[in-house]
Design a binder for this molecule. Structure first.
Ligand code: LLP
Length: 421
């Protein structure tokens, strides 16, 4: 049973807690609501899939950077994937083991690389200038840096172009025709660099695991080439990107086990340690974005449900045309018709929608409405556009209690940026 589901009484529950009851109890709306137990279950699914392999689960912090969630993931044994100095600082604050952290990115700053070198996290090499900066950082920190080469394998992940990263014209990683140059450069800097592995990341929302296998075949081939030149590389990092069932149609999608099993033999055949970098598949389905209906209106041929949440708090539908399932938290009064609605927020532009053409019963004012699968890339991409301050976050604990895990951002927080100016 999914952590958010409708019970026989027609109400939506998070575990054993009525979402409606949480709405009554919390200080401000809209808000994000998580199931802590579901987070644990998602990590366990990866751990079980990885049995028999030497591995690191590097959680991609960009998907959700709530400190309480990070501490929980760290407690479950995860490492972390970082893309900025602040993500690195937050990972350290959450207690992640630096040797299970990987610093990624096509535009890493020298000062952040120095911190990474000091802390001993793995660093992915993304370009010629990036390698240059890593060497400089190693010298400044007085530490040798463990590096992986981020190879752009030119595999089409068959996803929205904004979230495809491993095709040859993307800004990420290095192309194979330059591999030799990188190997020679690493070899020329034995005091600064230790090459420990190769990395690739294909894209996000991938729903065909064959794509990971195709990439892994290419990647172990690169590892063979690298080893032939005398490097002792032990890590294969196949990135993140596993998709989830956003449509709630009950379609059978690949699981972490399916993903790992498509690469298991290859990894074992070369005696490699496997790093994976899941974000979405660990955290997306653990959360709903909970709103209240402000009103219902009709213009021309369109019906609208206007809610208090918006593109400011949850931008994926506006930015990628992403589908996230929407439903009401309470059963409709009997006899209410189902109509087709766009679910929109109060923000002053027409890109402000959470869902288009959704079949829903006409809700009363004040009714609860949730956007599902909001754990990944929703709060972490939220803005304060229209001065809609970032919402608070709560989770339902294993014992059924509701706990706040992030304060609501306030108007005072905004004024603070101008203090003393
Ligand atoms: N590793 C690297 C190097 C990445 O760039 C990413 C995501 C991940 C791991 C984690 O991928 P995941 O397992 O979460 O798919 N904002 C977009 C998604 C952008 C993904 C960026 N990279 C969205 O809302 O769909």
């Amino acid at each position: 049973k999914h952590c958010f589901s409708k019970s026989g009484d027609g109400f939506l529950y998070c575990e054993d807690v009525k979402v409606q009851d949480v709405m009554e109890a919390v200080e401000r709306r809209p808000f994000y609501l998580y199931s802590k137990r579901q987070i644990t279950k998602n990590v366990e699914a990866y751990k079980e899939a990885l049995v028999g392999l030497d591995s690191v689960i590097g959680y991609a912090i960009k998907a959700n950077n709530n400190l309480k969630i990070l501490e929980h993931l760290r407690g479950l044994g995860c490492g972390a994937v970082l893309v900025s100095g602040n993500e690195l600082r937050l990972a350290l604050r959450a207690g992640f083991d630096p040797t299970k952290c990987i610093f990624n990115g096509n535009g890493k700053l020298l000062e952040d690389l120095v911190l990474a070198a000091q802390e001993g996290v793995f660093v992915n090499v993304d370009s010629e200038f990036d390698l240059d900066n890593i060497i400089k950082a190693a010298r400044i920190a007085g530490k040798k840096v463990n590096v992986l080469l981020r190879i752009n394998p030119d595999v089409d992940p068959q996803v929205h172009p904004y979230v495809a990263t491993g095709n040859k014209n993307s800004k990420f990683g290095i192309r194979n025709e330059k591999l030799q140059w990188f190997l020679d450069s690493v070899k020329a800097h034995p005091d600064e660099l230790k090459l420990v592995g190769a990395h690739c990341h294909l894209g996000s929302t991938i729903t065909k695991v064959d794509i990971f296998r195709d990439a892994a075949v290419l990647m172990v081939n690169y590892i063979d080439i690298i080893r032939d030149q005398g490097f002792e590389v032990n890590y294969l990092n196949i990135g993140g990107g596993l998709g989830i069932d956003y449509y709630h149609t009950g379609a059978v999608l690949p699981t972490p086990r399916d993903l790992i099993n498509t690469v298991r033999e290859l990894v074992l055949s070369r005696n490699l340690k496997l790093i994976i970098e899941p974000g979405r598949s660990l955290i997306a389905n653990t959360c709903c974005f909970v709103n209240r209906v402000t009103g219902v209106k009709t213009n021309g041929t369109k019906n609208f449900i206007v809610i208090d949440g918006s593109m400011a708090e949850l931008i994926r539908p506006s930015l990628y045309g992403a589908y996230q399932h929407i439903e009401l938290t309470s059963p409709p009064p009997s006899g209410v018709e189902i109509s087709t609605f766009d679910v929109v927020g109060p923000v002053c532009e027409s890109a402000d929608f959470l869902g288009k053409d959704r079949e829903l019963p006409t809700p009363d004012q004040g009714a609860g409405l949730v956007v599902h699968d909001a754990g990944a890339y929703c709060m972490s991409m939220a803005s304060t556009y229209n001065l809609k301050m970032r919402p608070p976050e709560y989770w339902v604990e294993e014992d059924g209690s509701i706990k706040k895990i992030r304060h609501a951002e306030t108007f005072q927080d905004h004024l603070r940026f101008f203090e003393g100016l």
